[in-house]
Design a protein around this ligand. Structure first.
Ligand code: SF4
Length: 530
């Protein structure tokens, strides 16, 4: 049983448990073995693609570095992982998901401005916008706090945006031939066929397996998912060990960007786009930098008006897992933006109560979308406009410490004695076994090792300059991709925020956004009392 779900959302159902166990490194190996029995040009042969999250790369890099005299970076781990899949499993396409995250952040920011306008026009449930990248949080909200659903961003997570890139963009780039059969008539037209690609992601938690299994990410026409199989960082490491691949051994050219890959057999497009921007850095948090991206967008828009830069102040409450960020106009003292970073279920429950109070929404199980009375957003401001103001945005993550501490990450390598009554990362004393959490039997199997989380965090930022992201070229690539994927007739503009024609905008919503719904859990209440 996965520890992330049982401890974080506390409400995994038996159906979800099946969905999780259906996705493992064994399934990947079985697929690859079966795929290899088909001729390369056969209709049955699929193109395997692997995408790996930056938090997984950091976890592997920290683990390797801990038993090496030379530090190993996430970029080196990416190249060693590429070499493993290429040389051992004959998988030629391995990408990191930072470019997908970049697109997710662009769309997320666009949605924030849409919601800001809606809120100014009196639309309820538009603000605060709550981040949507954590399936642990989404699962919890859908089952336990469905009144929060209107506030949750509709933008897809980086994993699912990567699914869009791989299945909808790369598939059409490669112009994979497919015979379309309707009503017993065979059409020989060449179309994008996403089911000809098998997409595996490597993620820091088990919850991502559930995310990939959501109905919204299933293509009925082609009977395929954006992500076919999710394995955790730990499962990738296990896969490597089972195949006798030593990730601590350097590979050729591991310090330089990956050169363009050879297109797959049968690919007939002109610009084959087999290389995506690699290891893109975003200042902020190691869980995706959602809040900091919004803060920068607010500041940039303010500067566009010719106004002096906004002053950023931060406040840490209780721990680094709950921080508030305020942007204030220095001249008027007016608070222009207030956001929060909220990690871990204890803080998450507090934020649900706070958002409910500020927005006039009754919180609690079964209170699906009920608005208390006719109260609009409760805005309390001091005379200067500062002080007690409502939140505009919250970066919500279910794991204490964020994604770097996901339940699928590698644990510290030194053996650690597990005391069943020990306190968890959020300070609660618990009997782990009684709580249904499998602590594992491997060396050092222990959840919530704060020192280790700090080390993985340090490694995550190793090669990145958090203050100097150079995104100009990446943004041009992103906008070109957007126009291609949405089949826009317009000449690609300069920015992601510019609107395309109506049809292309509908395609953008279909490809980059999603929906949520209240779910009646078959599990009554939480396994774990928080
Ligand atoms: S915080 Fe990150 S690692 Fe943890 S459940 Fe959410 S997405 Fe997964």
């Amino acid at each position: 049983m996965c520890s992330t779900l049982t401890t974080r959302s506390g409400c995994i159902t038996s159906a979800e448990s099946v969905l999780i166990t259906m996705q493992s490194h064994i399934q990947v190996l079985d697929f690859l073995a079966e795929n290899a029995t088909h001729e390369p040009t056969s209709q049955k042969r699929k193109i395997p693609i692997v995408s790996i999250a930056p938090q997984s790369l950091a976890s592997l890099a920290a683990a390797v570095s801990s038993s090496s005299t030379t530090p190993v970076t996430p970029r080196q781990i990416l190249h060693r992982t590429e070499a493993f899949f290429n040389q051992v499993l004959d998988v030629n396409y391995v990408y990191d998901t930072t470019f997908a995250r970049h697109l997710s952040l662009l769309e997320h920011t666009r949605e924030f401005w849409e919601r800001k306008t809606q809120s100014a026009n009196g639309v309820r449930g538009a603000l605060p916008m709550l981040a949507s990248a954590c399936p642990g949080w989404i699962c919890y909200a859908e089952k336990t706090h469905s009144e929060m659903l209107p506030f949750i961003s509709r933008t897809k997570s980086p994993q699912q945006v990567m699914g869009t890139i791989v299945k909808s963009w790369l598939g059409s780039k490669w112009n994979i031939k497919w015979l379309l059969t309707f009503f017993h008539q065979t059409c020989t037209e060449s179309v994008n066929s996403p089911d000809k690609i098998y997409h595996v992601t490597v993620m820091p938690c088990y919850d991502k397996k559930l995310e990939a299994s959501r109905q919204d990410f299933y293509n009925d026409v082609f009977a395929t998912r954006e992500v076919d199989c999710v394995i955790t960082t730990g499962e990738l490491e296990l896969l490597m060990r089972e195949k006798s691949w030593d990730i601590s051994v350097p590979v050729v050219n591991e310090l330089v960007p990956t050169p363009p890959r050879t297109p797959p057999p049968g690919a007939s497009g002109t610009d084959l786009g087999t290389t995506l921007p690699q290891m893109i850095s975003h200042p902020g948090t190691s869980s995706g930098s959602y809040l900091h991206t919004i803060i920068e967008a607010v500041r940039a828009r303010h500067r566009l008006d010719g106004s002096p830069d906004l002053e950023l102040s931060t406040k840490t409450l209780r721990s680094a897992d709950y921080e508030e960020y305020t942007l204030t106009d220095k001249e008027t003292g007016k608070v222009v933006f207030k956001g929060a970073k909220c990690y871990g279920f204890r803080n998450l429950q507090n934020i649900v109560r706070r958002v409910g109070k500020e927005a006039g929404v009754q919180t609690g199980k079964g209170a699906a979308g009920r608005l208390a009375g006719s109260r609009a957003r409760v805005v309390k401001k001091t005379a200067t406009g500062g002080g007690d103001v409502t939140l505009d945005y919250v970066e919500v993550m279910a794991c204490p410490g964020g994604c770097i501490n996901g339940g699928g990450q590698l644990k510290r390598r030194e053996p650690t004695k597990v005391d069943p009554g020990q306190k968890d990362s959020e300070g609660y004393q618990r009997d782990w076994t009684e709580a249904g959490v499998d602590l594992g039997s491997g060396p050092g199997a222990r959840w919530g090792d704060k020192e280790w989380t700090k080390e993985v965090e340090r490694v995550y930022w190793m090669e990145r300059d958090p203050d100097d992201p150079t995104h100009a070229g990446v943004d041009v690539f992103a906008v070109n991709m957007l126009h291609e994927i949405c089949r826009s007739d317009a000449v690609p503009g300069l920015s992601w925020s510019e609107s395309m024609d109506e049809k292309a905008e509908a395609q953008r919503r279909a490809l980059f956004r999603t929906e949520y719904r209240a779910v009646e859990s078959e599990v009554d209440g939480l396994f774990v009392k928080w």
